[in-house]
Design a protein around this ligand. Structure first.
Ligand SMILES: [Mn+2]
Length: 239
């Protein structure tokens, strides 16, 4: 039996995320878990507070390298989301994965036994794999946003507009419907033995909602007004 910890939407280096408050919990979880899944939007290159995307890549890679080094018994999986599907990060992750025995990365999803880990930006609209790839390519060379735009977002954030927007943009039923359609498209639906799907992206927590024969889980995001938790699960036969 394997213990898995999954965390989505940390949005590291984005000022509006309280990611730093959860680093200690991540350490404790990594010390205990057999597998640790970063489920996309782990790093926020669009809203980074560091001076450049390049410096954000360096800092993120250093964090992942040191984390994997501290917990050699744990296998780390980095699933990409829309915010971290950035060419420079992908290049650096590929090098890191080659150098690091217990770290692997995945552009779109990770399937282990009856469980699928997927970022969840496929819930933006109904998308198959080709459409998701086209959607992601728009993020590929995304520029870091300037301070003016960042301040506007900060103001909206203080007014908690993001809570209403996240809920409005991602009606729970439609989100599950779209993720469900996508996992069928890629051949990882319930006909292929998938029973549990862990996703993120919407920043709206989902605690074991059933849809189309699959159970969905979303740990939310570490942003003011949103629920957030590191989720743990066990995989494999007991005994
Ligand atoms: Mn996302």
């Amino acid at each position: 039996m394997k213990t898995v910890c999954v965390v989505s939407d940390l949005h590291m280096f984005c000022k509006r995320s309280h990611w730093e408050e959860h680093l200690e919990d991540i350490e404790s979880a990594a010390a205990e878990a057999d597998l640790f899944v970063f489920n996309g939007d782990t790093v926020d290159f669009k809203w980074t507070t560091l001076p450049s995307v390049e410096e954000t890549i360096t800092a993120a890679i250093r964090y992942l390298r040191e984390l994997a080094g501290r917990y050699p018994e744990c296998r780390f999986h980095v699933n990409l989301g829309n915010h971290d599907h950035v060419q420079g990060f992908i290049d650096a992750l590929s090098v890191l994965a080659e150098e690091t025995e217990n770290l692997t990365w995945h552009p779109y999803y990770l399937r282990i036994e009856n469980t699928l880990f997927i970022h969840g930006d496929v819930a933006t609209r109904k998308m198959n794999q080709a459409q998701l790839e086209a959607f992601r390519s728009a993020w590929m060379h995304h520029k870091k946003q300037g301070p003016m735009k960042n301040r506007l977002y900060d103001a909206a954030f203080r007014a908690r507009a993001h809570v209403a927007i996240s809920r409005l943009a991602h009606p729970p039923r439609r989100t599950l419907e779209r993720v469900h359609a996508y996992i069928h498209d890629i051949g990882h639906g319930e006909p292929e033995g998938v029973e549990n799907v862990y996703f993120g992206h919407t920043h709206v927590a989902v605690n074991g909602a059933r849809y189309g024969g699959v159970t969905f889980h979303n740990g939310g995001a570490p942003m003011r007004g949103m629920d957030f938790s590191l989720l743990t699960l066990t995989l494999g036969e007991s005994g």
